[in-house]
Ligand binder design. Structure first.
Ligand code: BES
Ligand code: ZN
Length: 533
């Protein structure tokens, strides 16, 4: 039975937060942070003049955490307001300490590189219950026993343990040290080796312009449903608090070499079985989580901007320290209830001997929160109840030895993650995402009459569809970049009715034109819609 963390262990555990604004920041520099009501009240104790430039009722925030104990479970959820404030960078240390001491929790505020970024985050927060219209909700049907049973048997704790040892052998994996950079390069090589010989698998580094450590992304391209993307992630970086530098020892064995090692074992077994998903699977090792979820925030924002159809996200952050009686705790805040229910059923189906619990961090404690903020369905299954989690994280003692020189606990998470990857990965095209916008035109055509529509200005990387319903016989012509006619088109539909459709794939930003021609006198309604892909 573990004791609850004391204030001093909490201070050690949370020390990474002091670094949130540290890249080359000058003393007295102004930075932007977002924070909840209680954390704002703490800030105002140190800087009474601090006031929010914008505030939004959060769809996802947790209850305030009282010192007397944490309230577990979704029933305790309560809306909180999130505020965007500009503060002096020097105040971060005081703010972090008073959040530990008076609210008995870590985090509670998030760094933003600019006011604009902060406002965008605030907006995402307020609407985070609303998923982007283009995202598909999976069926969550569990039916891959035949594929999964032999694969689950192949998973080995010893492989996970070795990866934890390899990653924790770097002096540290901090986001701006040589160790942090080298660990990213090492993992890229490790994942590339696993993917050798597979032309449908790539390993890339995601460059972050304002710090040195790169995120690592392994992609298994889906065979026939590649546009639907499933993400499994963990964080690559480690920290030992505010002073972490080149020579600081921060093995981060549990936080979060364990999550990366669990993911690596999933990839190994998928490759060994020559598994070919229908959806695209992406395995991500995020940079710079410990300094404010910064790597995952950039990736999730970029995916949202590009309209990537991310149908599900699983975060594995701390999987190898068994501090609580149950095996896997499903965290309910900053996550998606429907997907959490699916993950619970996956465990019941494939790992029936495991006990499942639930808890919450009470703040955006890991990279799932970055995806949640962009409206994607995220889950975070975790090693323990919040206040029984590994007390040695963010110190030189977060080693494989202090997790008992075993990886049996992390193996459970690897198996659950494999079931998640294969059950979601094997689904064919689901409900088509709704088209971006529809414009409708109604009218009539005489025999031989032509009517032109457009130009419709669209972003590259999507399909424009023109369709008609009506009487008589109107023919349809669509052309990219120039007016359409029966003599010049990229797509035509000249069947014998007025109920026709025609689609063009648009690769570059630009214009699309549509023309209707009356083959007979007709009445029509023309719908023009655009579906980003
Ligand atoms: N792995 C931790 C999060 C964590 C710690 C979850 C303990 C549950 C129990 C993560 O790497 C981390 O340290 N997060 C920061 C917040 C982040 C926004 C910098 C934290 O919890 O202080
Ligand atoms: Zn972590």
């Amino acid at each position: 039975m573990r004791r609850h963390p004391t204030l001093s262990t909490l201070a050690a555990v949370c020390a990474g937060l002091l670094l949130i604004a540290s890249p080359a920041a000058q003393a007295g520099e102004k930075i932007w942070i977002s924070l909840g009501d209680a954390a704002l009240a703490q800030l105002q104790k140190h800087a009474p003049a601090s006031s929010a430039v914008a505030s939004v009722a959060s769809a996802q925030s947790g209850p305030l955490v009282a010192k007397s104990g944490r309230v577990a479970g979704a029933a305790a959820a309560k809306a909180e307001t999130i505020h965007l404030v500009e503060i002096d960078e020097d105040l971060l240390g005081d703010l972090s300490s008073s959040i530990h001491e008076e609210l008995n929790r870590c985090g509670g505020f998030m760094y933003h590189p600019s006011k604009q970024a902060g406002l965008a985050n605030l907006q995402a927060h307020g609407i985070s219950a609303v998923r982007p219209s283009k995202v598909t909700r999976p069926s969550y049907v569990i039916d891959e026993q035949a594929t999964l049973t032999p694969m689950l048997a192949q998973m080995q704790a010893s492989n996970i343990g070795q990866t934890i040892l390899d990653l924790s052998a770097f002096t540290n994996r901090f986001y701006k040290t040589t160790g942090g950079v080298n660990a990213s390069n090492w993992l890229k090589q490790r994942w590339s080796n696993l993917a050798a010989g597979r032309s449908d698998v790539t390993v890339e580094q995601f460059n972050h312009p304002t710090w040195a450590q790169k995120s690592v992304i392994l992609t298994i391209r889906g065979s026939d449903n590649a546009r639907e993307v499933v993400v499994l992630g963990g964080h690559l970086d480690s920290t030992a608090g505010s002073g972490t530098g080149e020579t600081t020892i921060a093995p981060g064995a549990d936080d979060d070499a364990s999550g990366i090692a669990s993911l690596t074992e999933i990839v190994r077994v998928l490759m060994e079985a020559n598994y070919k998903p229908r959806r695209t699977l992406k395995f991500m090792a995020y940079a710079a989580e410990e300094v404010g979820l910064r790597g995952s925030q950039e990736i999730a924002k970029s995916y949202a901007n590009f309209g990537v159809n991310v149908v599900g996200v699983m975060q594995l952050d701390m999987t190898n320290y068994m501090g609580s009686p149950k095996d896997i705790y499903i965290y309910t805040d900053y996550t998606d209830a429907g997907q959490n229910d699916f993950v619970t059923r996956l465990i019941q189906t494939y790992l029936p001997t495991l006990q499942i619990g639930s808890d919450r961090c009470g703040y955006g404690c890991s990279d799932h929160a970055s995806w949640n903020a962009q409206g994607f369905a995220a889950s975070m299954p975790f090693e323990a109840a919040f206040n029984q989690s590994n007390p040695r994280i963010h110190t030189a003692n977060d080693t494989y030895a202090t997790s008992g020189n075993q990886a049996d606990h992390a193996l459970k998470f690897a198996r659950m993650g494999l079931a998640y990857a294969v059950e979601l990965g094997t689904d064919g095209p689901g409900t088509a995402p709704p088209a971006d916008k529809v414009e409708s035109f109604k009218g009539s055509l005489a025999l031989g009459e032509k009517k032109s529509f457009g130009p419709f200005m669209v972003k590259g990387g999507g399909a424009l569809k023109a369709s008609t319903v009506g009487n008589g016989d109107a023919d349809l012509y669509v052309k990219i970049g120039a007016p359409a006619s029966s003599a010049s088109y990229d797509c035509k539909s000249d069947g014998g009715s007025s109920t026709e459709s025609c689609s063009v794939t648009v690769t570059a930003d630009g214009s699309v034109y549509v023309q209707l021609v009356g083959y007979k006198a007709s009445t029509y309604r023309l719908d023009v819609s655009y579906r980003p892909q």
